[in-house]
Ligand binder design. Structure first.
Ligand code: 5GP
Ligand code: ZN
Length: 116
């Protein structure tokens, strides 16, 4: 499993940086975003260090996306939003600030909920 010792999300996976775990399996880790744009804002990441969508292999993508519906369901059941956005930023211009591939799960609660 590729691991970048300088990557903040690799450090989260290894436990070097603490995080609030939402879900984990052999290939995937999900945790609460430190900056909660909306309540329950969760990040889903592959354990394999992967920079962005262009670096994501079909196998890593398949393992990651296989877990997304159950993580989204857990977030829905825990936070009871009225909707939910999935978001993935690629490249600085598009808003990517951490270069370890991640999907944002953003629960939505209505106008003025902090997103959109
Ligand atoms: P991006 O801007 O790359 O799409 O998203 C990166 C996300 O990672 C941001 O929403 C930011 O709040 C979150 N983040 C950055 N550092 C940490 C951290 O150390 N812990 C957690 N839980 N989230 C982080
Ligand atoms: Zn990484």
């Amino acid at each position: 499993m590729a691991h970048d010792p300088n990557c903040i999300f690799c450090k989260i996976i290894s436990g070097e940086i603490p995080s609030a775990k939402v879900y984990e399996n052999e290939d995937v880790y999900a945790f609460l975003d430190i900056s909660q744009n909306t309540k329950g804002h969760t990040l889903v990441i592959p354990k394999e260090h992967t920079k962005d969508i262009y670096d994501l292999t079909p196998d890593t993508a398949a393992n990651l996306f296989r877990a997304v519906p159950r993580i989204a369901t857990a977030v829905r059941d825990a936070f009871d939003p009225i909707g939910l956005n999935l978001l993935n930023n690629n490249g600085e211009f598009a808003g990517q600030s951490v270069f370890h591939y991640h999907i944002h799960i953003l629960p939505r609660y209505g106008k003025g909920d902090g997103f959109g």
